[in-house]
Design a protein around this ligand. Sequence first.
Ligand SMILES: [Zn+2]
Length: 136
Amino acid sequence: MGYATLGVAGGVVARFLPTSASCFVCLNEHWKDKQHIPEPRVDDVGVVIPVGCNAPTFTGGGFDLQEISLEMVRTAVGLLSEGNYDPGDWDVAILALKGDRDARMLPQWEAFQCPPHPKCCGAARRSSGSPHMCYG
Ligand SMILES: [Zn+2]
């Protein structure tokens, strides 16, 4: 998964494999806890709702969005190249493009592991349960 946040203030690139110990729900639970993995920065200046659209979007530079796109490509190539391109050993990468007072900063990536969350994949497993059948 990968996306930029409002205002292209930051972004996320995360990967969850069938063999991963955690999942997308675990990541969201970690974000709710606000302890282990920080949420990417958001700058809601420039948010617009285009006519005919039911969701807000934002304006931002394509060159800023490319920071996220390129990491998504590196991650995908690493996963698909069977060892010919190092995919990295992290689960979640958080990008910051804006710092304090929403001032532009040099792109800064931070890498995190996403351990199984106690409310999801880290919960006591049922005898026949799969760690990725935890959405209900
Ligand atoms: Zn999970």
